[in-house]
Design a protein around this ligand. Structure first.
Ligand code: GLA
Length: 740
């Protein structure tokens, strides 16, 4: 996995057995992009791939030379206004009002492993051998500012990590108004842009649009990564499929405002970038101060979207998620939210827990409504002490009773928020984000605490740490149920306002850091009105995330399928809920609900006491089943087989590392009548292994299953002879085990 520097031509070549990333230092001292893609052999020079052009009206760098124009050269981290007319990767406002900069190469270092990013989540290397990092040092001599471009390549994965650091060493103050984590110029624009978009209860639907001249962007300006756009996009060749062809995946390890965009110029060059959204961002640096951008992750796949996803999964599951829970299977939980909402007593919760325990559930999670005097969403956020009317023995009393039943106890919190009807607000009205002499919007009757202020983070941290110390709490669901509006930090200077959004998320990260350091064995699940903060930044602290408030199985198939483009199954909270479903009012079979939720961190979001004895028995078997397969779900490689965005059906599967065990799920949304016959073609198996399929008894070779497939017409086409599992919204599992 060398990083090679060709001194004479000032070219850097980062490569492993799968990918090459090549750039050079151009004549003007700025880094120019040469090639990114499938691995190519190293050679003395790739200078012939630097394309100079002679074009009318081009802003040219050197007098007498009309071929060296930054507007037409491919670059690594383009500047504003100094020859390049395209969107820049950064912009710095200087004391004289100028925005022109000229960062020139000074030096570089190659390091074993990878550095941590101070205060920010980031992918890590577990040993010095598994990754290597190149840092490029550049300096603008007028401002006396250093810029460090960092590149990490992994030995075993087609992954490049990038980030940028600015260090002000000059006397003047400079203001960063824009600082992307990554910019990449690609020599052509023959791509489709794949994005994950949505809204509350329909998060991360897969969307596709061909690149065209101009700007195509995804973004958030809400203070969190959002339901609307996920901080990820892929550039896929039009002919690339799930399993073939070239795809570049770009993801940002960040949970705040972001911009991901592709700009295609009129010469067909595509510039992709991702980073903090420049809107209302401005960050002043005085002498000695540093700004660190979040980390961007570039994944290259020569085998379609499927391989891109499996690369992200491996990286995020094993080298982004950390700590006690990284390699452990997750407990089967029951959550009382859809069962009781805020209308509960200790007795009611214990009744839910008792039945759940009896059926095999391992953890009881108490959701919203346990604190202050909260009976609806108009009060008490910020007052993190138990409501004695509902919980006469406090959180500790309840948690101990749950523990005595032989279950673990989990608790919901929403630490970043406050209601006006709360003690906290009465004492600290200025802790809320907003302009004090103007009206502010509420969201779900709540306001956002100013987490850019250390004293606020510390105060909330102390309250919640108190609970974690006092009661046996094994799991925390950290929710965040509104976006930030009226972004204004009370009592701070004009200059500080541009830092609010980024400092806010740094405050969130610092509190997560405190909790995960002080309580390393507590399992954190992040949540934001369902999936509005399902991003890599969160995964660094909380290994799993509540995927969506939509628990309807049919909708969940789409949401989980879309989410799987980037995020591993081990990160998706997936629960079975009651019917009719509370979001879609749809009736789906209990089996389908479970067979969808199995492909994630499994649990129930209902009162199991409402089930018939027969259904309880079914739940008991579901839990037993999940416990048996959950290691496979956690650690296996995930393959998408049939897309629910393209058909009235869906299928996916997980294969263990040794390929001896696999589980496929097939889902049929609507029962067709007299439909064409159907085969399900599997993926990822060992062609030389003979598998037995538990549900059908069939024995077949991996080669056969991956090429000829399995005939599933009796189920999929509405011609099933048996009575069971007929009609709409049906599913079927196929568990494959190697025959010894
Ligand atoms: C959000 C979460 C839900 C639940 C409620 C509680 O909507 O996504 O799971 O916790 O808040 O208010």
């Amino acid at each position: 996995m060398p990083i090679v520097f060709h001194k004479k031509t000032k070219e850097f070549h980062l490569y492993n057995s799968e990918i090459s990333y090549i750039f050079c230092i151009l004549k003007n001292g700025q880094p120019g992009q040469i090639y990114y893609g499938e691995k190519i052999k190293d050679r003395d020079s790739f200078q012939h791939l630097i394309e100079y052009s002679f074009r009318d009206m081009a802003p040219c760098t050197y007098e007498g030379d009309r071929t060296f124009s930054m507007e037409y050269l491919k670059q690594e981290y383009p500047s504003y206004g100094h020859g390049d007319m395209r969107y820049p990767a950064y912009e710095i406002l200087q004391e004289d009002g100028s925005r022109i900069t000229e960062f020139v190469f000074e030096d570089y270092v190659i390091l074993k492993g990878k550095r941590k990013l101070t205060g920010l989540p980031a992918v890590y290397a577990e040993s010095d051998e598994e990754a290597e990092t190149l840092e490029i040092y550049l300096r603008d001599r007028v401002m006396n500012t250093r810029m460090i471009l960092s590149y990490t390549i992994f030995e075993q994965l087609p992954v490049i990590l990038r980030n940028t650091r600015f260090i002000q060493e000059g006397e003047s103050c400079i203001t960063l108004e824009h600082a992307m984590s990554l910019s990449l110029d690609l020599p052509d624009d023959r791509y489709e842009m794949i994005t994950l978009t949505g809204a509350w209860a329909r998060e991360r639907y897969i969307k596709k649009a061909p690149l065209h001249e101009g700007v195509q962007a995804i973004y958030s300006m809400r203070g969190h990564s959002s339901h609307q756009f996920n901080p990820f996009f892929a550039l896929k060749r039009p002919e690339a499929t799930e399993d073939t062809g070239e795809v570049i995946g770009i993801s940002l390890v960040y949970s705040g405002n972001f911009l991901g965009q592709t700009v295609v110029d009129t010469f067909g060059v595509a510039r992709a970038m991702i980073g903090i959204h420049p809107e209302v961002f401005s960050w002043t640096l005085k002498k000695g101060e540093i700004f660190q951008t979040p980390e961007a992750v570039l994944v290259y796949s020569n085998k379609g979207l499927g391989k891109m996803s499996r690369t992200f999964h491996r990286l995020y599951h094993r080298r982004l998620v950390r700590g006690f829970w990284r390699d452990r299977v997750r407990p089967v939980v029951i959550n009382n939210w859809e069962a009781t909402y805020m209308d509960f007593t200790e007795e009611k919760i214990l009744k839910i827990a008792e039945t759940a325990k009896e059926l095999g559930v391992e953890m009881m999670v108490l959701d919203d409504g346990w604190f202050g005097h909260r009976d609806d969403d108009t009060s008490s956020l910020g007052d993190w002490y138990p409501n004695p009317k509902k919980l006469p023995h406090g959180i500790r009393g309840l948690a101990e009773k749950i523990e005595n039943m032989g279950m673990k106890f989990g608790l919901w919190i929403e630490p970043e928020m406050v209601n006006k009807d709360s003690r906290l607000y009465a004492e600290h009205p200025d802790w809320v984000i907003g302009v004090p002499y103007r009206d502010s919007c509420h969201g779900r009757n709540q306001y956002v605490l100013d987490f850019s202020k250390e004293e606020v983070v510390e105060y909330i941290g102390d309250q919640i740490s108190g609970l974690l110390k006092e009661a046996p709490i094994s799991y925390i669901k950290w929710d965040m149920n509104r976006s930030i509006s009226e972004a204004f930090s009370q009592g701070r200077s004009r200059e500080e306002q541009g830092k609010l959004f980024h400092k806010y998320i740094l405050g969130v990260y610092s509190l997560y850091d405190r909790f995960t350091t002080d309580f390393p064995e507590v399992l954190f699940e992040s949540c934001a009105s369902g999936g509005a903060r399902f991003d890599p930044g969160m995964l660094y602290y909380a290994p799993q995330c509540w995927t969506s408030d939509n628990t309807d199985a049919v909708e969940r198939i789409r949401i989980q399928y879309g989410t799987s483009l980037v995020y591993p199954l081990s990160s998706m909270g997936c629960h079975v809920s009651e019917v009719p479903n509370q979001q879609t009012f749809r009736n789906t079979p209990l089996a389908t609900r479970a067979e969808t939720a199995y492909f994630g961190c499994f649990g129930y979001e209902m009162d199991l006491n409402t089930l018939t004895e027969e259904e309880k028995q079914e739940v008991r078997e579901q839990i037993r089943y999940y416990k048996r397969i959950r290691k496979l779900i956690m650690d296996g490689a995930f393959y998408r087989l049939v897309s629910p965005f393209e058909a009235e059906e869906a299928a996916w599967m997980v294969v263990s590392e040794d390929k001896k065990h696999a589980l496929a799920g097939y889902y049929r949304m609507r029962q067709p009548a007299n439909a064409p016959l159907k085969r399900l073609v599997l993926k990822g198996l060992d062609p030389d292994i003979r598998y037995q399929i538990r549900e059908t008894g069939l024995e077949a070779g991996g080669d056969e299953l991956m090429h000829a497939g399995m005939a599933i017409s009796d189920f999929a086409c509405g011609i099933r002879k048996q009575k069971e599992r007929q009609g709409d919204y049906q599913s079927r599992l196929f568990e494959l085990t190697a025959v010894s």
